[in-house]
Each structure stands twice: as structure tokens, then as C-alpha cells.
Design a protein around this ligand. Structure first.
Ligand code: AKG
Length: 326
């Protein structure tokens, strides 16, 4: 295992005395060890230890403890040990103290074309003000699974084909829209806003925002928690770009990233930051998605992914419904 460390991460120095950070060989999903198992085994020594993992890329992980005493106890007790917590793996952990973690990649992250992420778009005060507006709506207050509140327009089950006006767009959200336009992120004014409230563990299935239902530019403002959104290439579903959406960031999905790539959030309690490989625990997350309802057939240049066939009638109500996931 240490041989593999030298080969893949030569910048990591193995220490000759105890440090706060452990290299743990035979500890990844490639060896049949789940993140949940790893957490169960190592948090016994430090409830706040941090995990750096490489699912499907490395056979090892790193665990960073709050103190040397904690890492020493974990190392003494777990090195060479096959924990009974492990359901699938029968390989002993190979543990070593290390002086430094692998350097974070400085290469640009792999992202769909035309996707834009703006960190720190709102400050904490504005974040709280937005949450207050959302939670003043009774629909947002009790929930078992992902809860959804619409502003401006909502899908009309009655006619099953159109949007109907619903709660008006709050002034604060209108001010955000002014900023999107002034700062050049979008050109057209959205008229439909959806607030999604996700408990830790909740996600949203991979989907296209239906071409025929909404105009090109779609904005999602993330609040409260970081989360990884997976973009899947519609032309090749094995191509997945995981993108970290930080709390208070803006994600602008347009062009190729909107018409050709699907987006979704996996149901799970943790994410792996694609840049640092750190495990990030999810908290309750609220997002606001801003869209403009389309009134003319979609004329995008991604015809193979479009529900408008350019020849006949093709605005399928059920897909407009799916777009809003009501
Ligand atoms: C949607 O409402 O269509 C979403 O994909 C929500 C995205 C998000 O939660 O950021």
C-alpha cells in the first residue's frame, strides 16, 4: 500500500514520528470499504476527524485528527487490524503517519461547457433574509422529504398543460434578479422561482429542465450547505462532472450545460469535494431556482436532447410536469 502512495502521490512524506494525519491503506471502496464503515471505525478516536478519500481511484484514504494523541491511539489499535465493522473487505489496514496531504489539484475542474459558478454571491445576512422569506410560507415549514415552494408560476394540475400564477415573487427575490441581470449573468428576467428544501441525505434525480418548458438561462442559488451536483452528458451518460456548489454560491446553467447535460444530486449524507477530496457532511440545504417560462417552441441547437422535434407538436405536458418535479 505504501508503494502505491509513493507511485500516485510522491509529494506525500511518510513521517518518522507520530503526526495528526494517517495514511490508511486498504481503506477505500476499491477494497470494499464504504465511507460509512470508515467513519464508524475512525470516529471512535475523534468525532471530528476529517476524511480525504478517492472513491474508485485509490485503494487508500487519509484521516486527519484534531490531535496527535488521537491519531496515535487510532494507529496503535488499527494498524494491521481487520475491523469487524467491515462487511466486505478482509484486508488489514496498513497505517502510517504522514507529514503532509497530497497537494490539491490546480488543474481546471472538468465541467460542462457554458456552466458558470459564482462563489459568495450573497453574504450571510442576505442568506438569512432569503431563508426568512421562504420559511414564512407554510408549505416550507413541515416536510418529510424534499419540500418545494413555487413563486410566480406553478405547474397547473387542473389543465395538466400550463403554468398557473401562484404566490407572487417576493421583493427580495426581485432584487436578486436585478443583480443577475446587472452583473451580466442572465439577459432575460425569470418569472418562475422554485425553492427546494433538502434535508441532509435528500437529493434530486438527474434531469433536464425541459427544453419546451423554460428558456435557456437557469440559475440556482445555494444556501446553508455545500453539496455536489453531478452533471451527466446526455450524449454519454458515463461522463459525469461532479461540481461542488458551495453555500451562498450561484450556479448558472445555460447553453450546452443546460440543453445537453442533465443535472442531479445523489441521495447521501456526505459529498466528496472534487478538488480537495475531502469528505463534506451535508447540512439542511435550501436552493432557489430561477427560470423563465418559454412561450415559443425551443429552437436550441441540441436537437437530439430536445423535446421539440421542429416538425409537429411536441410540447409534452408530462415533461413540463417533470421539469418542476411537483
Ligand atoms: C431543479 O429545481 O430543477 C433543480 O435542479 C434544483 C437544483 C438545486 O437544488 O440546486
Amino acid at each position: 500500500s505504501l508503494e502505491q502512495l509513493k507511485r500516485h502521490d510522491p509529494s506525500v512524506e511518510v513521517a518518522d514520528k507520530p503526526t495528526q494525519t494517517l495514511f490508511v491503506g486498504n481503506s477505500s471502496v476499491m477494497c470494499g470499504v464504504s465511507l460509512e464503515e470508515l467513519e464508524e471505525i475512525f470516529t471512535v478516536y475523534d468525532g471530528n476527524c476529517q476524511f480525504i478519500v478517492y472513491p474508485n481511484k485509490r485503494t487508500y484514504s487519509f484521516v486527519q485528527f484534531s490531535s496527535v494523541e488521537q491519531s496515535q491511539k487510532a494507529c496503535d489499535e488499527l494498524n494491521g487490524y481487520i475491523s469487524p465493522v467491515l462487511k466486505t473487505s478482509h484486508l488489514p489496514f496498513v497505517i502510517a503517519y504522514i507529514d503532509n496531504l497530497p497537494q490539491e489539484s490546480t488543474a481546471p475542474e472538468f465541467r460542462p461547457k457554458d456552466l458558470e459558478i459564482i462563489d459568495d454571491f450573497v453574504n450571510e445576512e442576505t442568506e438569512q433574509a432569503i431563508l426568512d422569506v421562504i420559511y414564512s410560507n407554510p408549505k416550507a415549514q413541515s416536510m418529510k422529504h424534499r419540500a418545494v415552494v413555487h413563486y410566480g408560476h406553478a405547474f397547473d394540475y387542473g389543465s395538466n398543460a400550463a403554468f398557473k400564477p401562484t404566490d407572487p415573487i417576493p421583493d427580495l427575490f426581485d432584487k436578486l434578479i436585478d443583480r443577475f441581470i446587472q452583473e451580466g449573468y442572465i439577459k432575460e428576467r425569470p418569472d418562475q422561482i422554485t425553492a427546494n428544501i433538502y434535508k441532509p441525505g435528500d437529493g434530486i434525480p438527474s434531469h433536464y429542465d425541459t427544453h419546451s418548458a423554460f428558456e435557456n438561462e437557469i440559475i440556482s442559488l445555494s444556501l446553508c450547505s455545500d453539496v455536489v451536483m453531478d452533471f451527466k452528458d446526455g450524449a454519454n451518460s458515463a461522463t459525469i462532472a461532479p461540481v461542488l456548489l458551495k453555500g451562498r454560491s450561484l450556479c448558472i446553467i445555460k447553453g450546452e450545460s443546460r440543453y445537453r447535460w442533465k443535472h442531479g444530486i445523489v441521495n447521501r449524507n456526505n459529498d466528496v469535494d472534487p478538488r480537495s477530496n475531502r469528505v463534506v457532511a451535508r447540512k439542511l440545504r435550501v436552493s432557489l431556482t430561477f427560470r423563465k417560462i418559454r412561450t415559443q417552441p425551443c429552437q436550441c441547437s441540441y436537437k437530439e436532447f430536445c423535446d421539440w422535434d421542429r416538425e409537429g407538436e411536441m410540447c409534452i405536458p408530462s415533461t413540463a410536469n417533470a421539469a418542476l418535479k411537483l
